[in-house]
Design a protein around this ligand. Sequence first.
Ligand code: FAD
Ligand code: SF4
Ligand code: SF4
Length: 400
Amino acid sequence: MTAIDSTKHQKSKALKPGSRRPAKELCSECGLCDTYYIHYVKESCAFLTQHIAELEAEIHGRSRNLDNQDDWYFGVSQNMMAARKKEPIEGAQWTGIVSTIAIEMLEKGIVEGVVCVQNTKEDRFQPMPIIARTRAEILAAKVNKPTLSPNLSVLEQIEKSGMKRLLVIGVGCQIQALRTVEKKLGLEKLYVLGTPCVDNVSRAGLQKFLDTTSRSPETVVSYEFMQDFNVHFKHEDGSTEKVPFFGLNTKELKDVFAPSCLSCFDYVNSLADLVVGYMGAPFGWQWIVVRNDTGQEMLDLVTDQLNTQPVMSQGNRKEAVQQSIPAYEKGVTLPMWAAKLMGVFIERIGPKGLEYARFSIDSHFTRNYLYVKRNYPDKLDAHVPEYAKRIVGQYKLPDV
Ligand code: FAD
Ligand code: SF4
Ligand code: SF4
């Protein structure tokens, strides 16, 4: 299954908010079904049809080379680096490279609009996708909304607006659906700026995570699972609270992640032109993956605003991943003092740079593979991409 080809398209009636979606409980609320593009849901939905390799070949000119382990992990790429803004954007998730690229593309007239996600007035974590047409609107979308976000719900507005050049910012499941219907949007050029994404949650799931984990859930403005093996919560008063991964209440939190995200194997956003995350970079830096020439064109717009350095890789993740598999299955939670100690120890000797990214990918893919095998055994073979099967195949998994 490749992208839908002809530019003419058919429309079906969008689903009402809150109604059951075609992917049922696996729906990640990407927004496609909120539009008449639901007509193409069978081919587009990341949870009904997994066709990453075919779309990679169409978009990047080739799919992952399965003889190259870097391709298994990071997808098709031309270039990778660590980078940070010389002058970070205050209040961005990291240093604001994503928002900066979007602003440059808009203000240089390369695109007419940017699909991004702000939050509602009432709730800083409730996503509100928009098509931004000004710098201020892009800046109002900075920082992660760590919840499932229907970014594609604005697709109908794009066609109606007559826009021809567009930038979409989004996570893997949104981008797979977008790429499948791309030719139906009536655009001359689509640019896709992706972030990695993992362990996303519904709004209710987020509340449970905050209530279970933070000392002051109501003042959290953002959080991140950092390379130092701590969750860093930023609070309204500017303080940072650190909670070690190994001290998380895994038993309580097991069902907090959305079923879509426990079945997701596109952590690194394989189909974006350019990916901006953090996990392959040293602490404090962002990690950039250029997948194709379009991605390079986007990055070139901001390189004078960045400090950069080559990617590095240090340590060996394999044993830590193997040990984490039965620990997660059993829902082991360490006492806080032991968790802190373990965090300090692992940070000193543990994986860094690209090896940390591999650690995170391995841990999540093994967990997700077991989840799909247990809950959707009939889907397992077609749903798990070949690169993910190879990653998971490096580990001994329990029988489920
Ligand atoms: P900013 O300039 O602050 O811009 C953030 C952009 O993200 C905004 O344009 C906004 O439109 C968009 N956005 C916010 N929330 C969502 C959402 N829910 N869905 C789609 N788009 C959204 N990187 C890693 O390396 N490893 C990870 O494990 C990882 N997990 C992530 C999990 C989630 C749920 C999300 C949304 C992102 C994750 N990232 C991860 C990416 C990382 O946290 C940063 O978003 C990225 O490095 C960009 O930082 P920035 O300062 O340049 O972004
Ligand atoms: Fe529809 Fe997107 Fe949900 Fe799939 S994930 S059912 S395409 S809204
Ligand atoms: Fe989508 Fe995967 Fe992120 Fe969940 S983890 S929101 S399925 S990209």
